[in-house]
Design a protein around this ligand. Structure first.
Ligand SMILES: NC(=O)c1ccc[n+]([C@@H]2O[C@H](COP(=O)([O-])OP(=O)(O)OC[C@H]3O[C@@H](n4cnc5c(N)ncnc54)[C@H](OP(=O)(O)O)[C@@H]3O)[C@@H](O)[C@H]2O)c1
Length: 355
């Protein structure tokens, strides 16, 4: 079943490795079994988008050219494939795309599996909803996915029996609480009951992170060598969970030093900067891959519970900055991310505005 659809659409292409971006036509794909076709109203930008372009590498494989990038999307379901049961034409949904051709989000139409879309509650706009998929997946996978390559810390998820509030009175440290991933980590940490929720941010973002549930924002511009002391002034309990949502070499190493024995450090990049000789037994590091569709079973769990968290405002979208001009404006906007010029908000583009 489908709405009337065009045969072609605008897409933002990269034709050769590290080459220029250009808007051109792509065919509108047909959803296969269990898949839906989404007309993208808003797509949000992520650091991975410029990294894939500049490093010529998707997280787990080489890119094949020509390629379309983009992984954060919100839009309307305009067609459903055979055997789709949970999603209907006309539904407002958010979903996480995958670089390539059919499932990328820097285009007007994209394909998703019905297991990896979540209905958007009416109080949330498409722009806001598009800020969520990558951040939510990376936070939830890091905290709750099983311990495996690209998995997480295997905490009990708040949607599981006994999971909500399970970690009451246990402290958590979130490095980079104002980042998109950090904001989602704080919100899941609150659902899990962690207290205090300590996070490092620029003071201008203190109100932002406390609105999500952080209890003790610390100035991220102070030397990391003072972090342990600042934390001791807040809690004397051992810190057994630290989520480093920035994962620079210095934040990873500082976090690893602070981590208590028996604890887990979750780092948001797939490579740890903590050298083997500095590692000690009993302090674990996990490197989650924040892609719900690739995580399959655990990714499905995230999506099965996301809409109710959004409805209850347990999970709130990022603050967004709308960028006009459609797909053609993405390369310049990505440059702002590349140059660390974005603080506490998500850049959002509307593909239908493409000239
Ligand atoms: N593993 C995965 O699958 C996965 C998934 C998503 C993202 N990532 C990676 O995770 C990182 C964050 O992505 P994102 O989209 O969340 O980033 P983002 O929202 O663009 O990050 C911007 C924020 O980072 C904060 N920040 C920068 N340096 C910091 C530092 N040294 N200490 C504390 N905060 C700092 C800034 O905070 P202030 O403005 O408050 O100073 C700013 O608000 C990126 O490297 C990205 O590639 C990995």
């Amino acid at each position: 079943m489908s709405m009337a659809l065009p045969a072609t659409q605008n897409a933002l292409w990269i034709v050769s490795p590290k080459g220029p971006w250009s808007v051109g036509l792509n065919g509108v794909p047909t959803p296969g079994q269990g898949e839906v076709l989404i007309r993208i109203e808003s797509t949000a930008l992520n650091p991975v988008d410029w990294k894939e372009h500049d490093y010529d590498h998707f997280i787990l494989r080489q890119l094949e050219y020509p390629v379309i990038l983009g992984t954060d999307s919100a839009g309307i379901v305009v067609a459903v494939g055979d055997s789709v049961q949970k999603v209907n034409v006309g539904d407002r949904v958010l979903h996480q795309g995958i670089s390539g051709l059919r499932q990328a989000t820097f285009q007007e139409y994209t394909i998703a599996s019905e297991d990896f879309v979540a209905e958007i509650p009416s109080q949330i706009s498409f722009d806001e909803a598009s800020s969520l998929p990558v951040a939510v997946a990376t936070a939830a996978i890091g905290l709750y996915a099983p311990k495996a390559e690209f998995g997480g810390a295997a905490l009990t998820a708040p949607w599981k029996d006994g999971g909500a509030g399970k970690y009451a009175d246990e402290p958590i440290l979130v490095i980079g609480g104002s980042s998109a991933v950090g904001q989602a980590v704080i919100q899941y940490a609150k659902l899990s009951g962690f207290y205090p929720i300590i996070t490092t941010v620029s003071p201008s973002n203190n109100d932002l992170v406390t609105s999500f549930g952080a209890t003790h924002p610390l100035d991220r511009n102070k030397p990391l060598s003072t972090l342990a002391h600042s934390i001791k002034a807040i809690t004397s309990k051992p810190l057994t969970i630290i989520y480093d949502a920035i994962a620079l070499s210095d934040t990873q190493n500082a976090a690893y030093q602070i981590l208590a024995e028996g604890g887990t450090l979750i780092i948001v990049l797939l490579k740890t900067a903590v050298k083997e000789e500095d590692r000690v037994q009993g302090k674990e590091i996990v490197t989650p891959l924040g892609c719900a569709p690739i995580q399959d079973a655990f990714g499905k769990e995230i999506y099965a519970h996301l809409t109710s968290y959004l409805q209850n405002r347990d999970i709130k979208p990022n603050r967004i900055q709308y960028i006009s001009g459609g797909l053609a404006s993405i390369p310049d906007a990505l440059d702002l991310l590349r140059k660390n010029k974005v603080s506490g908000k998500k850049l959002v583009v509307r593909p239908p505005e493409t000239a």
